[in-house]
Design a protein around this ligand. Structure first.
Ligand code: PLP
Length: 450
């Protein structure tokens, strides 16, 4: 009884103060928006919250619903709002460019596209200097796969289990998470075992995981492959960071088999990992092709493929055309994002706030048996819930309840992982230590109230 009394007397944590008044919202309310969505937007299994939230405004790391309720956005529109909602400098760049020219297509010259390509290339190591603009991560990975196949002259692609590389028919083949898969022809795609230090069959033994890639090549292909693609921290898969040293081994294996190595930086790029600007740098490798989207435009529909002049040359004999790729407004926004990340030292900030968050979550893990694993890097963090710490039994139902409780307290997190038992914490990069503390307190409180 004593224990029970002390639980119930804990008061709910409140959001850190934030000096901003949302506008007085006069639009349709959640129920009406929901009915319209149901009627006109097509069915999908993607029901996130039991009662959908009608988001009407965003400011930096916060979102507001129709009643003016403020939420800490700890998932950033799925890792997309990099600088912050309506960040003033990004917003200004978008508005100013919109007044001058909104669309040009790549058949004309326009400085916004060229300036952005130059700035993006300057962020890339090695000979990764040729940029193709597209509109999304799926398109970026489609184009990367096309380049890999044309350049190598081979068909087979290798991706990792638990990966997400897109929802288009080609990239769905690369994606290896049942939640998104349909039974459609996928071409020659092989899914190797992902080196997951927490759940992986080989623990952190990267040699065994690398051998699995070699086995796929030896037993499932002619001995030649087009390429290999991986996220260094698997995003939709639940913030699973590949065991250190893995990519170096695999890149060697793939290159020996004639393939090119593609880094999917759709979630891990632009300093979010804190320690490095690009996720692949955390593994000390240099890819042949890098794909990016999401955070590149702070929410604008934008993606890019960056590769070497030699690989880019495979597209020189045909027209590689994308109507909206490199749209001037998106390019101006993307350029502003790069500047803001540098000016506001966001990479260092992600390292600092991220390690504070991870430290506090690890302390919370000591307190609650339901937290089976805390992992991640910078502001790309996963919390995996289990019903049995030793057996690592996924706590799927409990995760769903915690997810709703967090929302009530004003924290929006991502839910995911292979078993739906992971919270994904990937907020806008302006997320502060106070926000991190609030998030941890809200999780503590939610677990106590389970
Ligand atoms: N690659 C990764 C790692 C992703 O997380 C996603 C989207 O979640 C994609 C590719 C596909 O991007 P998009 O949804 O912009 O097509």
């Amino acid at each position: 009884p004593l224990l029970l009394r002390s639980f119930s007397s804990i008061s709910a944590p409140t959001l850190p103060s934030f000096d901003y008044e949302p506008k007085d919202y006069k639009g349709p309310l959640a129920d009406e928006v929901f009915q319209k969505r149901k009627k006109f937007l097509g069915p999908s299994l993607f029901h996130y919250y039991q009662k959908p939230i009608n988001i009407v405004e965003g400011k930096m790391q916060y979102l507001f619903d129709e009643n003016g309720k403020r939420y800490l956005d700890a998932i950033a529109g799925i890792v997309t709002v990099s600088c912050g909602h309506c960040h003033p400098e990004v917003l200004n760049a978008i508005v100013e460019q919109s007044k001058i020219l909104q669309h040009a297509t790549t058949i004309y010259l326009h400085h916004a596209i060229a300036d952005f390509a130059e700035a993006l290339a300057s962020k890339m190591p090695g000979n990764l200097k040729v940029v193709y603009f597209v509109n999304s991560g799926s398109e970026a990975n489609e184009l990367a796969m096309l380049m890999a196949r044309l350049y190598s002259g081979n068909l087979g692609m290798i991706s990792l289990r638990n990966s997400y590389h897109g929802g288009s028919s080609g990239t769905l083949g690369l994606t290896a998470l049942n939640t998104w898969k349909y039974s459609i022809p996928e071409g020659e795609i092989h899914h190797a075992i992902n080196p997951d230090p927490y759940r992986g069959v080989f623990g952190s033994d990267v040699n065994s995981y690398a051998q699995d890639v070699q086995d796929h090549i030896d037993f499932g292909t002619s001995g030649k492959v087009a390429g290999f693609i991986a996220e260094t921290i698997q995003g939709a898969g639940g913030a699973v960071e590949l065991a250190p040293g893995y990519l170096k081994l695999v890149y060697d294996i793939v290159r020996k088999a004639g393939g090119v190595c593609i880094a999917d930086e759709v979630q891990t790029g632009f300093g979010r990992t804190g320690s490095h600007y690009w996720g692949f740098e955390t593994q000390g490798v240099l890819p042949d092709i890098v794909t990016m989207a999401k955070g590149i435009g702070n929410g604008l529909p934008l993606g890019a493929v960056v590769t070497t002049p030699e690989i880019a040359n495979v597209l020189a004999h045909k027209i590689q055309f994308n109507t909206f790729g490199g749209n001037p407004v998106c390019s101006a926004g993307g350029l502003a994002v790069l500047k803001v990340i540098d000016k506001e030292k966001r990479q260092a900030h992600c390292a600092d706030v991220g390690s504070h968050l991870i430290e506090r979550l690890k302390a919370l893990q000591q307190k609650h048996d339901i937290i089976g694993n805390v992992r991640g890097r910078g502001l790309m963090v996963g919390i995996e819930f289990v019903t049995d710490k030793k057996e690592k039994t996924p706590a799927k139902a409990e995760t769903a309840v915690l997810f709703e409780k967090m929302r009530e307290l004003g924290v929006l997190v991502g839910k995911g992982g292979l078993h739906g038992s992971v919270f994904r914490i990937k907020p806008p990069m302006c997320f502060t230590k106070d926000d991190a503390d609030f998030l941890v307190d809200a999780l503590d409180y939610s677990i106590l109230k389970l």
